[in-house]
Design a protein around this ligand. Structure first.
Ligand code: C5P
Length: 391
């Protein structure tokens, strides 16, 4: 199953290190070439000889104990197709999240640009420590896969979350990553996310409830399918691809149009405000004795419609959010906008859409509905949207 693939397994110093002997066997049985590196602390739990026999390769531990010096961390990183860090201790997770390279394993991690799976295992109080959770979040934001530890009886005697997840889960996640089709390789995709923010004065604004989750799920999915992603978003996101933060509809339009000529596809998942304040006040508007004040709004450009008018070769995908007559309104909208696909969301339902992690949408082309996607998490929906557009 994995012949021709090199799996680099990094073992750190936790009691679950002994379980990794079996994980090595699983990868060997699947015909992978397995390279093992350990932190010096890991050697308290497993022996070099065991790991060498199981992996049938030299095991790396010390960075500077190499007879003829060559930058080992770079060659290990170049050779492997995937890196798995299991068990990942609190110490190593924190170093990785902060770019610290004080041993062979952390140096390789820093130099590794292909998929990385991190399987933490630790005492439940360490797992719940806020600093560790922040460090894990940071790694997640940068595109690393974290396989959360399971609940159960821990080696330290505690009962709680901290046990290394099942080895099958680590193996399956690696197989899935190694066999991920790169269907979007070479495609430049611009994706917008979040609700635009239209200033009233320096402290107040008009916006909407869009969370940006759908646009971010589309961006992450496109990236994992090999696309060259440019996310233009009103919500902050730290990602391993290009993220450009914008605020208003006008800023969003400028950011898209700057790179539009070179793009293969634009997906407008953002909720762009239809109107903006005509003259935002430079100073904070003071409360007066007046019972009413009037804000004059002017229409924002319809970015999607304009892109469809000026497009040359790009595939253009719009979103629409409707609270009634979803399909009828969506059919009308796709013709009015002129886009290639329109993803129709029913915002009258509370269990999907806006800030939910779930969605249920219909995909339309100018000829009508092509597919109704059943309720699923936004990542599944994103994958199905790309399957529909790129086959
Ligand atoms: O017209 P409506 O706002 O329903 O259309 C929604 C679609 O149009 C979304 O894809 C949204 O990103 C885009 N849009 C736009 N410019 C606007 C308003 C919406 O590009 N001013």
């Amino acid at each position: 199953m994995l012949s021709g693939k090199t799996v680099l397994i990094g073992i750190t110093g936790g009691i679950a290190a002994y379980k990794i002997c079996e994980l090595i066997r699983m990868f060997k049985r699947a015909n992978a070439n397995v390279r093992v590196i350990c932190t010096p602390n890991a050697m308290n739990f497993v022996t070099k000889l065991t790991l060498q026999n199981l992996s049938q390769n030299e095991v790396g531990i010390e960075e500077f104990e190499i007879p003829d010096f060559k930058p080992e961390h770079i060659s290990y990183a170049d050779e492997a197709d995937i890196m798995i860090i299991a068990p990942a201790t609190t110490n190593t997770i924190s170093k990785m999240a902060n770019g610290i390279c004080d041993n062979l394993l952390t140096s390789i991690f820093c130099a590794f640009s292909k998929p990385v799976i991190i399987a933490p295992a630790m005492n439940c109080n360490m797992w719940n420590n806020k600093i560790i959770q922040e460090n894990l979040q940071k790694l997640l934001n940068h595109g690393y896969t974290i396989l959360e530890p399971e609940n159960g009886f821990l080696a330290c005697g505690y009962q709680g979350q901290g046990r290394l997840c099942a080895l099958e889960k680590i193996f399956d996640a690696a197989v899935q990553k190694l066999s991920q089709p790169q269907t979007l390789k070479g495609k430049k995709i611009i994706i917008t996310a979040g609700g635009t923010i239209e200033d009233i004065d320096p402290v107040r604004y008009i916006s909407n409830y869009s969370s940006g989750k759908m646009g971010i799920a589309l961006s992450d999915t496109a990236y994992s399918l090999g696309a060259d992603v440019h996310l233009i978003t009103t919500v902050s996101a730290q990602k391993p691809y290009v993220v450009e933060k914008v605020k208003s509809a006008l800023e969003m339009q400028k950011a898209i149009e700057k790179d539009f000529a070179d793009a293969d596809c634009v997906i407008m998942a953002a909720a762009v405000a239809d109107y903006r304040v005509k003259q935002p006040s430079e100073q904070k508007i003071k409360k007066t004795s007046d019972e009413e004040i009037t804000l004059t709004l002017v229409k924002n450009p319809d970015i999607l419609k304009h892109l469809c008018e000026i497009k040359t070769h790009q595939t253009i995908v719009g979103f629409c959010a409707e609270s009634e007559n979803l399909i009828e309104n969506a059919k009308e909208k796709i013709l009015k906008k002129g886009c290639d696909y329109l993803i129709a969301n029913d915002i009258s339902r509370k269990d999907i859409g806006f800030s939910s992690d779930y969605n249920e949408v219909s995909i339309l082309t100018p000829n009508g509905v092509v597919k109704k996607l059943e309720r699923a998490d936004k990542y599944t929906i994103a994958r199905q949207i790309f399957e529909e557009i790129y086959g």
